[in-house]
Design a protein. Structure first.
Lengths: 1188, 382
C-alpha cells in the first residue's frame, strides 16, 4: 500500500526477499506522516515466475513470444554434426515481437554473461532484445572484458541496432566506471587499458588505477557507472566532497563533453537522495546526465537465475548474504565490498514503456542516451591483423625454401607434373599473400625437428605439396593425388588452416619459442570459454541450495553428456540408470527449475588448448590480453610466468587473426616415448622412418587387435578394419574417414565395405567420375571429392565449390543440397553431360551432408596408426611403457592397456622405489625355458611412480634424488631419507613399491610409527650418529586377493592378472565363457559371459531408440557387446551401475568380426569379495562416465 | 557404570504396513528390498536384495513402496515402550534404539519385560545389553549373552561400530581382522598408531568403554526417576517420593526455561510389572503444585496392592517457557529504564544463570533486516 498523498517520502525501494522460500518480493516506502512520525510501509509485488508454462505473465513480457536466447555450444562441429543447433531467429521475427511504447533510449551499461556470474544475458542476446524493444543502440560494458564484443557487434548489425563497445573498470578505491569506445582510437585505448589492468595485476584480479586510466584515455566516452560507480558510492555515504572531487578528476581526464553522469533508477533504498545530488553535480560541472545503470538480466522473472549464478560465482549459499570468494588478491588494496547479490531484481532490460515510467519526471535523461550513442562511430573495431614477416621478401623466401626441400625429398630431377603442381601452389599462396603464414609454420616445425620433437600435420594442410616440402606434413600430397583446392581455394575465400600435432609435453616449449622469436607483444593464445552444462548445473545449483556433496556426486555420476540440461527431469523417467537410482526429485527441484536457463552460460575463461595467434601489430591494439593459468617452463625474462591469451575465443578471433593450431596428439608422445626407450639399445632407431608398407602391420589391422593404437583403438575402428580387410595406407585412410567422424559422418560405410570386398558390383557412367571416385569405389569418402565433382561437372570455381560443400554440411537441416538442385542439374547438363549423369552426380553431392574428413587428414591419422602398430608388434614393452606413460590418452584406460600388454606377453612389474622411474620404464627379465634361465631383453614394464595415486610430486622427486647417491638399504633407511608423509607411505606399501625391503606389506604398515619416529630421531641428531634400526613386527600378510584389490585401487591397473581372474573358476563352473571364448563362438550360438562393462556408448539413432554399445572386459580381453533398446530399458541399471555383470546373449558375425548381442544383463556379485576382509566395495569402474 | 540396552525390532517395515505374514510381500525403498514377510523370506527374499532380483525369485511378489507416515507412527509407539524402562532413549534407524537403564543392578528382568511387552504388541525383537552402545548392539545378535570379551572376540573388525571407519580400515591393514585381536593388542602398539584414541578403542574392544546414550526420544522431554530396591507399599511414603520427584522435575524445567502440559508416570512393581499412567492438562504444568495435583489425580482411583520398586516421571512435548513481563520496568520513563536495566539484567542473570538473559539485539534477526544491515555497513548508507 502506497503512503498517502502529500506524505514526505524519505526512501522507496524494492527487495527481492527470500524468493527460494516462496516469499514474494516487496516494495518498501519509508515516509513521514503528517504528525512527524517516521513510518515504513511494505507492499508485496508479484512473485518471480520461474516456469513460464505455469502461469500467464504477470506483466508485459515482450520476450516470451520468440526465443531470443542463442544456443551456445562448446564444439560447433560436434553440435552441427548432431544437428540440434537451432538457427538464430530472423530479424523480422525479432522486430515483430516488439511491444510497448514510450520514448526511445539506449541502454548504456549492459553486462553480458562474459562478466562471469554477474549477468545471465548472452552477448548475442543483448542486441536481439534491443531490437525486439525497438531500441536504436545498446552498449556492452563487461568488467575488464571485451570477450563478447565480436558476437555482440555482429549480431547488433544483423538486427539493425547500433553496437556501442565498452567495458567497465573497477577502481582500486572501489566503484566501477564505464568507458565506451567513440572511434577506432578509443577502441585501441580500451583494449590497451584492459590488457594493462590484467597484465599488471595478479591473474583473475584485474584493477584500474588513475594512472592507467590517464595513459589510455583517448577516444573514450566515460560514464560514471550508476549505482556501481565511485561517485554514487561516495554520495550514498554522504561524502559529497569526494563525489565532486572524483567528477573533477574524470572531467580532467576525458574532457567535459566526454563525461556522462549515469542516473540509475533501479529501486534501491538510496536512489531518491543520490539521484537528486547527482543531477545537481551534473549541472554544476555542466555535464550531460543520462539514464543508465547496470543491466544484468533480460526480464524481471530471470532474477532468481541471476541470483543463483551470482551465488555460485561468489561461493555463497542461498540463505547467506555475502559470498566467501575473495574479491581482491592479497597484494592488492583491500576494501569492504557491497554484496555481489543484488538487493532486488530490477536490473533487467526495461522496455520503453517501463523506462518512461521510471523517468517520468526526467525524459531528457532518456533522450541524452541517444545523443551519446550518436557520438559513437558506426565501426570502431579494427580490420584483420597481418602475420609478422619472416624475411624482407617472404614470397621469394617461400619459393626458395620450398624448391630446396623439394629437391631434397624428390631428387634433383623433378617430374614436370610435380614441378607444375608445386609452382601452382606457390603462385596461389603468394598471390593470396599467405607466404608469411607458411614461413612461420615452417620455422617452428624446423625448430621442433631440430630438437627431435615428433609432429605431423593434420587437416586440409596435408593436401598441399608445398606443406609437405616445408615439413608441415608427413604425407606426400603429390604421391597420394591430394586435391589442393580444398586447402586453399583460388579466390581466397578461405584462410589457410594450418593444424599441426606435436607431442603434448613439448607444446609449451614451442609456444615459448614463438614468444622469443616474435616478441611477447605479438604472440598469444586464444581463449576458450567453459560453460554451464548438465553436471556443472547440478553441482553449482546443488551447492548453492545446500545439498550434500554426496547427494550431488551421486546424481552427477549417473548423468552424462547425452542428457542436456533441459532434459534432466525427463531423463529421470526415461533413463534406466536414473530411473532406478532413487534420486529424490524434490531435493533437486531448483536444479530442474534453473537448468534450462543456466544452460550454456559461460562460467570461466581458459587458454584454448591449441590456438596461437601472431600479429605484426601489437596484439593489445586489436583485442585485450590477459593471463591464462598455463605456466611457463623457463626461467627467462623474455618469457612471461604465465601464457598470455586474447579475450576472444576461436569464434570471435577468426574474424581478426589467422591462427595456428599447435595441437597435440598423444600418438606422437607414444611414438616419441617408444623411440627414446628403444634408443637405449638401438641408438639409430627412428620412429619416423618406420615403413608404411609393413605387411605385418596391415595383418594386425585386419585382425582387429588394435587396443592401444592411437586413432584406431575404438571398437568401431577395429571392426571396420576387419570388415574392410585393410591392406594398405589408402584402405586405412578410408576407415579413418568413414568411422572417426562418428555417427554424424557422411560416408556410407557398409556400401564401401561391400564394394571394397567385391560383394557389390559398381561402375562409372563417365570417365571423369572414375577419375574422381575410382579410388573410393564410386563412393564419396573425402571432402575433396565433393569439391572435385562440383568443379569438374558443374564448372564451379574452387572457392565456390568449397563454399557449397561447406553449406551442404552446415545447412543440412534445411537440406541445402535440395535447395540448389535445379542449379546443379542445369549446370551439369549445360556442360554436355547426360541427364542421368547429372542426377547421379547431384545425388552424390547432396548426400554428403554429414561430417567428413579431408583425405590428407585421414592419411595423416592412418600414418600414425600404422607406425604405432609396427612398434606395438615389434617392440611391445617399450611401446606399452610409452603408452601408459602418455595417459590419459587414447580410447582405453590404463587397466585395459595393462591387460592388453599382458596378453601380448609383456610382464608388468610392481612399482619399486629402488627401480621405478617417474614414467613407466622397460626392464629385462629372466624367465625359465626348459629349466634353463633365459634372459629376455626389454621383456617387462616397471610401473611408474607417478601411477601411484596420491603420491605427491615432492615425494616422487625425493625418492629419485635420494637413491642417486646410494640405494635404499632397508625400509627404515628409505623412510628416514625420503621422509614421506604417513598417508603416502601407506600408499607406497600397499601398492607394493616397498616389497623390495620386505614382501610382507602388513609388517611394514605396522611399523610405520616406528619408522617415522626413527626418521625423526635421525633428523634431529646434530651429529652423524648411528642408531640401530627397529625390527619389523611379525604379522600374517594380506591375502593375494587383498593385495590385488589394493593394487587396483591405488595404481588403477592390475599387476599380475586382471581382477576377473579371481572369478574365473566360479563362473566357469557355472558354464560362463571368457571373452576370448565368446569371440570364437559360431554366429548364433548362445552363451553366458561375465565381466566388467567399460566404455559405454549411447549413439543417437534415427528412430530415437537407445542402443548401448560397450566392451565387456575380463582377463582374456574385450568383447564388443550390443544392447538394443528393450534390453537397455530392462537391464540398463545393471549395465550402468554394476561393476560386474552377467551377460546372456549370442554371437553375431559382422563380415568376419564377432560381436555379442545381449539378451539380458544381470548384476554379478564378485566372489572376490568373499576372499577379502574389506567387503565394502570393489575398485572397479563400471562405466566411463561414472568414473569421472 | 550405566547399563545400556540395544533393541532392534524385527520385521519393522512389514509390520508398519500391516503385511500378512503368510503372503509373499516386501517393502521397497530406492529399488531395494527393505523388509520382507516371513512367507517371502521363506521363498528366498532377503532385505538388501535389489527389486529386479527379488522379482526374478518370486514373480508374484507384492511390493509396497516405502513412505514416511506408517513408519513414523509405528516408530513412535514402539519407542514409547522403551521410554517406560529407561532414563534416556536414543533412536537409530526406525527399527532400532538404545535405552540407558542407569546403574541397573540386574538388567535381565528388564529385558524380559521389554521382550514380552514389545513382542505382545509389535512382534519379535532383538535385545542386548552392555556398558556401551556398540557392545549392547553387538550382543543383540548373541544369545545367551556371554561375557563381553567372549562376545566380541569373533566380531569382524569392519563391524566394530564403536570406532570410525578410517580406524577400522587401519586395523584391517594392520592385520586385526576381529575385535578380539584388538582387545588383546598391547596399548603401546595402539597408541603408536592411534594416539590419544587408543585408550578408548581398547576399552570399547574389551567391552568396557563409555559410549553414552543421547536422550533424543521423546523429542523435547525431561524425566526424573527414583528407585526403591526394598519396595514401597505405604501410600504416604510414595506420595513423599512423588512430591520430591515433582520438585526435581519442575526445578529442572525452570532451569531450562521449558514447560509442558502432559505428564507420564511409570511405576514398576516388585513382581516386575510396569504400569504407565498418562495425563494431559489443559494448561501448562509449570509449578510444583500444579504438577503434584495432576499426579494425585492420576493415582486417585488406582489401588497399589504391590510394593513399588521404581517410579519414573516424564514430561514429553515440552516447549519454551512463556512468561508475562507486565511489571518489569514498566513504570519507569526511558532514561530511568536505561539506568535500571543493567542492574536488573545482572539480577536476573544471578538468579537464572549467566547467559540466560538475552538482549533484544541478540535475538535472531529476520534475514531481510540482515540484508539491509550488510548493505548499510558496506555502502555507508545512513
Amino acid at each position: 500500500m502506497k503512503p498517502p498523498d502529500g506524505s514526505e517520502i524519505q526512501a522507496h525501494w524494492r527487495e527481492a526477499g527470500e524468493w527460494w522460500a516462496g516469499e514474494r518480493p516487496q516494495e518498501v516506502w519509508r515516509w513521514v506522516d503528517s504528525t512527524g512520525v517516521r513510518r515504513e510501509t511494505l507492499a508485496p509485488l508479484p512473485a518471480y515466475r520461474l516456469d513460464s508454462k505455469q502461469s500467464p505473465p504477470a506483466e508485459e513480457n515482450h520476450r516470451e513470444e520468440i526465443a531470443l536466447r542463442p544456443h551456445k555450444v562448446r564444439d560447433v562441429k560436434v553440435s552441427e554434426a548432431s544437428g540440434w543447433v537451432p538457427a538464430p531467429p530472423s530479424v523480422t521475427d525479432i522486430r515483430r515481437s516488439q511491444k510497448g511504447s514510450g520514448p526511445p533510449y539506449a541502454p548504456l551499461h549492459v553486462l553480458s554473461n562474459y562478466a562471469f556470474g554477474r549477468s545471465t544475458l548472452f552477448a548475442e542476446e543483448i542486441p536481439r532484445l534491443a531490437a525486439a524493444l525497438d531500441l536504436p543502440a545498446v552498449a556492452l560494458a563487461d568488467p575488464f572484458s571485451l570477450t563478447g564484443a565480436v558476437e555482440f557487434a555482429r549480431e547488433a548489425r544483423r538486427c539493425g541496432v547500433k553496437p556501442l563497445i565498452g567495458a567497465s573498470f573497477e577502481l582500486a578505491e572501489g566503484g566501477s566506471l564505464v568507458l565506451i569506445a567513440r572511434d577506432k582510437t578509443g577502441y585501441r585505448s580500451l583494449c590497451q587499458l584492459i590488457s594493462e589492468c590484467h597484465l599488471s595485476e595478479p591473474r583473475l584480479f584485474p584493477m584500474a588505477t588513475w594512472d592507467r586510466l590517464a595513459r589510455f584515455s583517448r577516444g573514450l566516452l566515460c560514464l560514471t557507472g550508476g549505482d556501481l560507480g565511485p561517485i554514487d558510492r561516495a554520495l550514498i555515504r554522504g561524502d559529497h566532497e569526494r563525489a565532486a572531487e572524483l567528477l573533477t578528476r574524470l572531467v580532467d581526464l576525458y574532457g567535459p563533453s566526454n563525461v556522462f553522469v549515469e542516473i540509475e533508477r533501479s529501486y534501491l533504498p538510496w536512489t531518491l537522495g543520490v539521484n537528486q545530488r547527482l543531477r545537481e553535480l551534473a549541472q554544476h560541472f555542466r555535464l550531460t546526465a543520462v539514464a543508465g545503470g547496470a543491466i544484468t538480466h533480460a526480464v524481471r522473472d530471470d532474477f532468481p537465475v541471476q541470483d543463483v549464478l551470482t551465488c555460485a560465482e561468489t561461493l555463497c549459499a542461498i540463505d547467506e548474504i555475502v559470498g566467501r570468494k575473495p574479491t581482491r588478491a592479497e597484494a592488492q588494496p583491500q576494501r569492504l565490498d557491497p554484496p555481489a547479490r543484488a538487493l532486488n531484481g530490477e536490473r533487467f532490460l526495461a522496455s520503453r514503456t517501463e523506462m518512461a515510467v521510471r523517468f517520468f519526471d526526467a525524459p531528457d535523461l532518456l533522450q541524452n542516451t541517444l545523443q551519446l550513442a550518436d557520438r559513437v562511430d558506426d565501426e570502431v573495431m579494427p580490420g584483420p591483423a597481418t602475420m609478422p614477416p619472416h624475411s624482407d621478401n617472404d614470397p621469394e623466401m617461400l619459393r626458395e625454401v620450398t624448391w630446396r626441400n623439394a629437391r631434397r625429398l624428390y631428387g634433383d630431377r623433378l617430374r614436370p607434373r610435380l614441378r607444375r603442381r608445386i609452382e601452382h601452389e606457390l603462385d596461389r599462396m603468394i598471390q593470396l599473400n599467405f607466404s608469411s603464414h607458411f614461413l612461420v609454420a615452417w620455422d617452428f616445425c624446423q625448430w621442433a625437428e631440430e630438437r627431435g620433437i615428433h609432429y605431423s600435420g593434420r587437416g586440409s594442410v596435408v593436401d598441399s605439396v608445398v606443406a609437405y616440402c616445408l615439413g608441415l606434413s608427413r604425407i606426400d600430397a603429390y604421391a597420394h593425388h591430394l586435391h589442393f583446392d580444398r586447402f586453399l581455394p583460388a579466390d581466397g575465400s578461405k584462410r589457410p588452416d594450418i593444424d599441426i600435432d606435436f607431442e603434448a609435453k613439448k607444446r609449451q616449449e614451442l609456444r615459448e619459442y614463438l614468444v622469443r622469436t616474435y616478441g611477447r607483444q605479438h604472440v598469444a593464445g586464444i581463449s576458450a570459454i567453459g560453460a554451464y552444462h548438465t553436471r556443472g548445473i547440478i553441482r553449482e545449483v546443488g551447492k548453492v541450495f545446500g545439498l550434500s556433496e554426496s547427494a550431488i556426486q551421486y546424481f552427477c555420476k549417473r548423468i552424462h553428456g547425452g542428457v542436456s540440461p533441459e532434459r534432466i527431469v525427463k531423463s529421470l523417467e526415461s533413463r534406466p540408470e536414473l530411473r532406478s537410482s532413487g534420486i529424490p526429485a524434490e531435493r533437486f527441484q531448483w536444479v530442474f527449475r534453473m537448468a534450462e536457463k543456466l544452460a550454456d552460460i559461460p562460467r570461466n575463461m581458459r587458454s584454448h588448448s591449441s590456438g596461437v595467434i601472431l600479429s605484426v601489430q601489437p596484439l593489445d591494439e586489436i583485442a585485450p590480453l590477459q593471463w591464462s593459468a598455463a605456466e611457463g617452463t623457463e626461467e627467462d625474462e623474455s618469457i612471461d610466468p604465465y601464457w598470455r591469451i586474447v579475450q576472444w575465443d576461436k569464434r570471435s578471433a577468426k574474424y581478426f587473426f589467422d591462427k595456428f593450431d599447435i595441437l597435440c596428439l598423444r600418438g606422437q608422445d607414444v611414438l616419441s616415448g617408444t623411440e627414446s626407450r628403444m634408443r637405449v639399445s638401438f641408438p639409430n632407431f627412428d620412429a619416423k622412418t618406420i615403413s608404411l608398407q609393413d605387411e605385418e602391420s596391415y595383418r594386425a589391422m585386419r585382425s582387429g587387435e588394435l587396443i592401444g593404437i592411437p586413432q584406431s583403438a575404438s571398437p568401431a575402428m577395429r571392426q571396420a578394419h576387419v570388415r574392410l580387410r585393410t591392406e594398405n595406407l589408402h584402405d586405412a585412410s578410408l576407415v579413418q574417414a568413414g568411422i572417426r567422424p562418428g555417427v554424424g559422418g557422411a560416408v556410407k560405410m557398409n556400401t564401401l565395405i561391400a564394394r571394397r570386398r567385391g560383394l557389390e558390383p559398381y561402375s562409372f557412367e563417365h570417365p571423369e567420375l572414375e577419375n574422381i571416385l575410382g579410388h573410393t569405389y564410386g563412393i564419396v569418402v573425402f571432402q575433396e571429392q565433393i569439391d572435385q565433382l562440383l568443379q569438374s561437372f558443374c564448372g564451379y570455381s574452387s572457392g565456390e565449390a568449397e563454399d557449397i560443400r561447406d553449406k551442404i554440411h552446415k545447412r543440412r537441416r534445411e537440406d541445402y543440397g535440395q535447395l540448389i538442385r535445379d542449379e546443379i542439374l542445369h549446370r551439369i547438363q549445360s556442360r554436355g553431360f547426360s541427364e542421368s549423369i547429372a542426377s547421379h552426380v547431384f545425388e552424390l553431392i547432396a548426400a554428403f551432408k554429414g561430417y567428413g574428413f579431408a583425405q590428407g587428414h585421414a592419411l595423416a591419422f592412418a600414418d600414425i596408426s600404422i607406425r604405432s602398430i609396427h612398434c606395438q608388434q615389434n617392440y611391445p614393452a617399450p611401446y606399452f611403457a610409452s603408452l601408459l606413460s602418455a595417459q590419459p590418452a587414447g580410447y582405453y584406460g590404463p587397466c585395459t592397456l595393462a591387460n592388453e600388454a599382458r596378453q601380448r606377453g609383456v610382464l608388468l612389474l610392481r612399482p619399486d622405489v629402488c627401480k621405478s622411474e617417474d614414467d613407466f620404464s622397460v626392464e629385462d627379465v629372466t624367465t625359465e625355458l626348459m629349466q634353463t634361465p633365459l634372459r629376455v631383453p626389454s621383456g617387462a614394464i616397471r610401473i611408474a611412480l607417478k601411477q601411484i595415486a596420491g603420491l605427491s610430486q615432492p615425494t616422487r622427486s625425493a625418492i629419485l634424488r635420494e637413491r642417486q647417491g646410494a640405494p635404499f638399504a632397508s625400509f627404515f633407511d628409505f623412510v628416514s631419507r625420503v621422509r614421506p608423509p604417513r598417508d603416502e607411505l601407506t600408499l607406497l606399501i600397499l601398492s607394493g613399491a616397498l616389497d623390495t625391503f620386505n614382501p610382507n606389506r602388513r609388517c611394514m604398515l605396522a611399523a610405520i610409527p616406528e619408522a617415522l619416529e626413527f626418521a625423526q630421531l635421525l633428523h634431529q641428531a646434530s651429529l652423524p650418529l648411528t642408531f640401530p634400526e627397529p625390527k619389523l613386527p611379525e604379522l600374517v600378510d594380506f591375502s593375494v586377493a587383498d593385495r590385488a584389490l589394493h593394487e587396483r585401487r591405488i595404481l588403477g591397473l592390475d599387476i599380475e592378472s586382471h581382477l576377473m581372474s579371481f572369478e574365473r573358476e566360479c563362473v566357469s563352473r557355472k558354464g560362463a565363457l571368457s571373452t576370448r571364448e565368446a569371440k570364437n563362438l559360431r554366429p548364433g550360438r548362445k552363451a553366458i559371459v561375465v565381466g566388467n562393462p567399460i566404455r559405454l556408448r549411447f549413439p543417437p539413432t534415427p528412430s530415437g531408440k537407445r542402443v548401448v554399445f560397450f566392451d565387456l572386459e575380463d582377463e582374456a580381453g574385450l568383447l564388443n557387446v550390443t544392447c538394443f533398446d528393450r534390453v537397455y530399458q530392462l537391464d540398463g541399471h545393471a549395465i550402468v551401475c554394476s561393476p560386474y555383470v552377467t551377460l546372456i546373449g549370442h554371437a553375431q558375425d559382422r563380415d568376419g568380426h564377432t560381436a555379442f548381442l545381449a539378451k539380458r544383463v544381470f548384476p554379478y556379485r564378485p566372489r572376490l569379495l568373499d576372499q577379502v576382509v574389506d567387503k565394502t566395495h570393489l575398485p572397479v569402474e563400471s562405466a566411463d562416465f561414472l568414473a569421472r | 557404570m550405566n547399563t545400556i540396552v540395544a533393541a532392534q525390532l524385527k520385521g519393522f517395515y512389514v509390520r508398519a504396513w500391516g503385511l500378512p505374514a503368510d503372503e509373499p510381500a516386501a517393502v521397497a525403498h530406492e529399488k531395494g528390498v527393505l523388509d520382507a514377510t516371513l512367507a517371502a523370506q521363506k521363498q528366498g527374499i532377503q532385505p538388501g536384495m535389489t527389486l529386479p532380483e527379488a522379482r526374478a525369485i518370486v514373480p508374484d511378489l507384492r511390493i509396497v513402496s516405502f513412505s514416511e507416515s506408517p513408519v513414523a507412527a509405528l516408530r513412535e509407539s514402539w519407542l514409547d515402550c522403551l521410554v517406560e524402562v529407561g532414563q534416556a532413549v536414543e533412536p537409530g534407524m526406525p527399527h532400532e534404539a538404545w535405552v540407558d537403564l542407569g546403574p541397573h543392578p540386574d538388567p535381565e528382568p528388564v529385558l524380559r519385560f521389554l521382550s514380552e511387552r514389545i513382542e505382545r504388541d509389535f512382534g519379535s525383537v532383538r535385545l542386548g545389553y552392555g556398558e556401551s552402545k556398540w557392545l549392547a548392539e553387538a550382543r543383540c545378535h548373541l544369545c545367551p549373552y556371554p561375557n563381553p570379551p567372549l562376545a566380541l572376540a569373533d566380531i569382524p573388525t569392519l563391524d566394530f561400530r564403536g570406532i570410525s571407519e578410517s580406524f577400522r580400515e587401519q586395523f584391517v591393514f594392520l592385520g586385526f581382522d576381529h575385535v578380539g585381536e584388538i582387545a588383546g593388542a598391547p596399548l603401546s602398539l595402539l597408541k603408536k598408531h592411534f594416539g590419544r584414541e587408543a585408550d578408548r578403542i581398547l576399552q570399547l574392544a574389551q567391552g568396557k568403554g563409555h559410549d553414552p546414550v543421547r536422550p533424543a526420544y521423546p523429542l523435547a522431554s525431561r524425566a526424573v526417576e527414583r528407585r526403591t530396591p526394598d519396595g514401597v507399599k505405604d501410600r504416604l511414603v510414595l506420595d513423599a517420593i512423588l512430591h520430591r520427584l515433582c520438585k526435581n522435575l519442575i526445578r529442572r524445567l525452570c532451569h531450562e526455561e521449558l514447560q509442558g502440559s502432559e505428564v507420564r508416570l511409570v511405576i514398576e512393581f516388585e513382581d516386575g510389572l510396569i504400569q504407565t499412567y498418562t495425563r494431559k492438562a489443559p494448561r501448562p504444568l509449570n509449578t510444583v503444585s500444579l504438577l503434584q495435583v495432576a499426579i494425585q489425580q492420576l493415582l486417585s482411583a488406582k489401588v497399589l496392592d504391590q510394593a513399588v520398586v521404581r517410579v519414573r516421571m516424564l514430561m514429553p512435548h515440552l516447549s519454551r517457557l512463556v512468561r508475562p513481563q507486565s511489571g518489569f520496568l514498566s513504570t519507569l520513563n526511558l532514561h530511568q529504564k536505561a539506568a535500571a536495566l543493567e542492574p536488573k539484567i545482572l539480577e536476573i542473570g544471578s538468579k537464572f544463570g549467566e547467559g540466560k538473559v538475552c538482549r533484544a539485539s541478540q535475538l535472531e534477526v529476520p534475514r531481510r533486516i540482515q540484508v539491509l544491515r550488510v548493505w548499510r555497513e558496506t555502502t555507508g548508507w545512513k
